[in-house]
Design a protein around this ligand. Structure first.
Ligand SMILES: C[S@@+](CC[C@H](N)C(=O)[O-])C[C@H]1O[C@@H](n2cnc3c(N)ncnc32)[C@H](O)[C@@H]1O
Length: 297
């Protein structure tokens, strides 16, 4: 039995022309073989927070997040360029702007990451998705927008106030009917899905919540995601800390152990992505309906 596990994401955008193009049509292609992607990437936000990080580096990273330069490894100039070249739905942009003023805004995936998540779901032909760790909804909204009308995204989050923001933007973007919000501890929500007979019925999952629970989420998601589906796991490089033998806090150790487990787990195929902005470009051809398409290709 093979599944894929992969991880992480992205930044925002920009042009009006690009905005209109963001609604992905229903994907129709299913992965032909039983594969599971397990990979993850380091969040752009805290790229300077590697082991040897000084207080100054930390402050720089915080300032960077505050300003929205959330692309790991990107200079301000490169980040601006990324923003100008990533398609971001206008409602995603509004959500990103509202979230920027909120506590924890550095947790939000970047627009480029969200774009990659949405494309992965689209390539998979995903109909049924799960997100663990919604925050204010940026990544979940990006995936929901990419799902067909009949698609469903189970959005697991424990923080009610964050969910209020997320739900507002699901509605604004016209995708509320696709999102099943689970306000509870994510592990409990995932267990409920399994108990409800939904094992092996999901195509795609994104994990972006408490790091010390990754192994448990992974095992639960392996039950829920079908063979040939994809599990994307954020933050597996933990801003470089996993590679620093001098860093041994509990979260870092958990992620290190989790990565080792994935490496040795022959139930899945894995791909560890070191930084989304190192990916040159993924282009997924779509059917264009000339009367309605406003895409600038
Ligand atoms: C990194 S943020 C998610 C960011 C989100 N993917 C986005 O793009 O905006 C992590 C979220 O996980 C939630 N979380 C942490 N532990 C959780 C748990 N045990 N159950 C449910 N949600 C949890 C936090 O409340 C937080 O909102």
């Amino acid at each position: 039995m093979r599944r894929f596990a992969s991880a992480s994401f992205l930044p925002p955008p920009a042009t009006a022309a690009a905005e209109a193009a963001l609604r992905f049509g229903a994907a129709t292609t299913l992965v032909p073989r039983a594969l599971a992607l397990t990979a993850s990437t380091c969040p752009w936000q805290r790229r300077h927070l590697c082991s040897s990080s000084s207080a100054a580096a930390t402050a720089a990273a915080v300032e960077e997040a505050r300003q929205g330069r959330k692309q790991m490894g990107a200079t301000p100039q490169l980040y601006e360029y990324l923003l100008a070249n990533v398609r971001e739905h206008p409602v995603l942009r509004e959500l990103r702007e509202e979230t920027a003023a909120m506590r924890g805004s550095q947790m939000q995936v970047s627009p480029a990451q969200a774009q990659l998540l949405a494309m992965l779901a689209q390539i998979l032909g995903a109909q049924r998705c799960i997100e663990v760790g919604v925050y204010t909804g940026y990544s979940s909204l990006a995936v929901a927008l990419a799902l067909p009308e009949s698609g469903r995204l189970v959005a697991c989050e424990r923080d009610e106030r964050c969910l209020e923001v997320a739900k507002k933007y699901y509605q604004r973007a016209g995708v509320s009917h696709k999102v099943d919000v689970k306000h509870a501890l994510a592990a409990d929500s995932l267990k409920s899905l399994i108990d409800g007979g939904e094992a092996n019925s999901y195509d795609f999952a994104f994990v972006d919540a408490d790091k010390r629970m990754y192994e448990e989420y992974y095992e639960l998601l392996l039950k829920l995601v079908r063979v040939g589906g994809l599990i994307v796991i954020d933050n597996v490089l933990w801003y470089g800390r996993v590679a620093d033998p001098l860093v041994n806090d509990l979260k870092t150790i958990s992620i290190r152990n989790f990565n080792k487990k994935l490496l040795e787990d022959n139930r899945v195929n894995i791909s560890m992505v070191s930084s989304s902005h190192h990916i040159s470009c993924l282009v997924y051809p779509i059917v264009i309906h000339h009367q309605t398409c406003k895409c600038k290709l």
